[in-house]
Ligand binder design. Sequence first.
Ligand code: XIL
Length: 371
Amino acid sequence: MNTIASSRAIALLSASLCCAAWGCGGPTQSGAGNCPRDAALRSLVGGDASVQIIGATATPEQLNNPMYASTLACEFNSITPENDMKWETIEPQRGVFHFDRADQIVAFAQSHQMAVRGHTLVWHEQLPDWVASVPAAAFRQMFIDHIYNEVFYFRGRVARWDVVNEAIADDGNGLRQTIFRDRLGPDYIALAFITANAADPAAELYINDYGAEGAGDKANELFRTVEALVHAGVPIHGVGLQMHIDTQYGVPWNYFEPVVGTRSPPEIAANIARFRALGLHVQITEMDVSIANLLGIDFTRFELQRAVYHDVVAVCVQNRSCTGITVWGLNDSASWLNSQLLIPQNALLFDDMFAPKPAYFGVQAALAGRP
Ligand code: XIL
């Protein structure tokens, strides 16, 4: 069975199991057939709303899980492949491209009227070893070829790309030291955007980072970097704020990310506003809210998590240039954060039975403009 046919089969299967699990005849506002909730998140975005995109991640294996697939298609109108558009998966050997896994995700999205956020073209992690052994004289062309081939292959099917991921140094002092910066100089970022734009002029192109969501040296350096790109006429359309946070608006305590800057809702709003002044969109691209470091009974912990999800999403809703929110996983045990330590982070919107948590209702209320 080819990939498109097999993902259609997944779609049909998931729609019928959705029916079996929740009964038929419910509202049908999403691409999945019958869905369990009237006010599905995707029914609250788009149209006149400023937020157009409500997304979540997926892998091909997760799409084979009928509950994952139906929840994704019922509630969300965008998918970010969690790993399958990264360099090590797409081009594991130089010049050898493997699009099959990403294709399964794109086909699922298309058959459920969902957009795809391409993640990510240039990142110093999940990068195959061969990249480091490319001779200096060939590096630039190799870099262009990777970006061009990936974007061109998905042209018209991937609406927006995280072109460059995590390029800013954590101390906010210039760009992160990566192989790309070392071999190509700081202009590698502009080159990446120009190449992606040439491959698909209709795609929205983003720079994406963590720890730059609100205030602080790293956020300021991201802003300066983006401002310089805009002033130089580089085709950049938006800024992705990852938003891996905890209930203190810090970073999850066991996440291997240094604590850089602060990200209270007013600080996030101010950051979005300065990017808007440059004419750029902002999207929250990888949101999760860890409660691993939060003591107390689950009721209280989940209520606090609901408040944080609500308040961050409300900032996006209230700022017209914030056009999208993506969560980094669907059900709690699927979160990448759990692999950092063996303590459950419970960072996402659904529990492991795919029942919506208070956090889900926080996002729903914020999208609807409610407290
Ligand atoms: C993570 C994935 O979720 C994991 O499955 C993988 O092992 C490592 O990468 N910032 C990013 C994402 O931009 O690509 C990362 O995704 C999470 C942090």
